[in-house]
Design a binder for this molecule. Sequence first.
Ligand code: NAD
Length: 500
Amino acid sequence: MSAQQTIHVDGEWRNAASGATREILDPADAKPFAEVAEGDASDADAAIAAARKAFDHGAWPDTPVAERAALLRRVADLLVRDREKIGLLESRDAGKTVEEGRVDVDCVADAFRYFADLVIGEGAGRVVDAGTDTVHSVVVHEPVGVCAMITPWNYPLLQASWKIAPALAAGNTFVIKPSEITPLTTVALIELLVEAGLPEGVANIVTGPGHSVGARFADHPDVDLISFTGGLISGTKVAQAAAVSVKKVALELGGKNPNVVFADACATDEGFDTAVDQALNAAFIHSGQVCSAGGRLIIEESVRSRFVAELALRASKIKLGRGTEEGVECGPLVSQQQLDKTEYYVDSALEEGAKLLTGGRRPEPSEVRPAEGYFYEPTVLDNCHRGMRAVREEVFGPVLTVETFTTEDEAVALANDTEYGLAGAVWTSDSGRARRMARRMRHGTIWINDFHPYLPQAEWGGFGKSGVGRELGPAGLAEYRESKHVYENLAPEPVRWFAG
Ligand code: NAD
């Protein structure tokens, strides 16, 4: 296997300056299936210099909005053309099922189309009433400049698109560093940007580790904005490094997301079935490696035993295997590290008094589940409480903890008792209660009788330690812009403040 040239700087595909490479493993069998360039800080410097040049001297920032939007739409069309290829690549790289990979590609195309439509629909600026006819005052938006982007391994392509599409729509240039363990689809996306006709130097990618490439992005004085999606620890380091040069900082960090189920949602058989089914989806899709995973089930005591029994039964039937195999519903964890972390949290919860209802171990190998793969059984832990690490911290694995409440106030207190605040759901047939809960729960997204959907038109982001800023929606575009107030005096005359 020869290493792919995965560093793209100033319109040219390259190896790492050091010549270093990295093997990319298939999480289903831990075997290498690709090899990429392993960049370091010097590659980051070269990419940032290219993006700086393209911003300061290139055509893209001044390209008419209609042309920028047309390019974004071409990218969406190319994604549709390459849906199967890229969906499969995402499946092998991140371990998800091919169908999940395909859905990701669809969502990425939607993000490109959404930001194209958003910039096209805008006027030339906001006229401000200065209180006199002799002044014309307008607030316009301009690109921030060079944007650096750092993305995680769980939704590599999707997270990249939530940054790249608005950054380009706003007229910025950028450098991106995907997660070192899942870089392949971001490389493929840069290839599509090039094919769509983006000028050289506007889009640059450096594959490589966080401690060198990512850290350089964060502290480099020529970067105007850093947008980071990943864990709390790395995000904090990025924010600290960025503060030295007073960059704009956007952080999309972790979550510990409550799924609150009231007994009234389960009063009918259909309601019960739907709430159980969605609780399963909330916790176990992509093996729980989702920032908004509903890993905390908070359920009304009166319905608990029936609900968790059914949930555990259905969780035990989830078909685990290689994401490319027909009939597989859930893939492996992404790495040995993620598997170790999941095992640690389950063990700690059991030591702290949780009751294991299902899972809690690696599955038997099978034809679709190689022994070397990072598989872990969907796990339901009952009798959990707020003091447990598995309840407080992000597990990022297929683990559902169960807590109970008896009053609405108690449900709110539990749902808000987290340092994060990314997303949460409430299940109830009482619309008044649904609105009250939605208002009182302190999370960036609240689902009522649903879990997981998002819309490109609606802002995504978190309260508390889930982050700073928003992606998607108008605010997701605003992150990549500076506002400029242009005040024109149409009849200038002396002020005479100073007598002399
Ligand atoms: P991570 O923090 O380990 O890595 C994220 C990225 O940061 C990677 O590209 C990594 O190389 C880089 N990085 C690591 N150390 C760095 C440093 N010192 N300086 C600069 N960059 C550095 O996270 P992960 O394990 O890849 O992803 C999982 C995390 O991402 C979870 O916490 C999850 O909740 C979060 N996430 C959040 C959202 C959201 O929308 N809020 C979406 C997806 C994932």
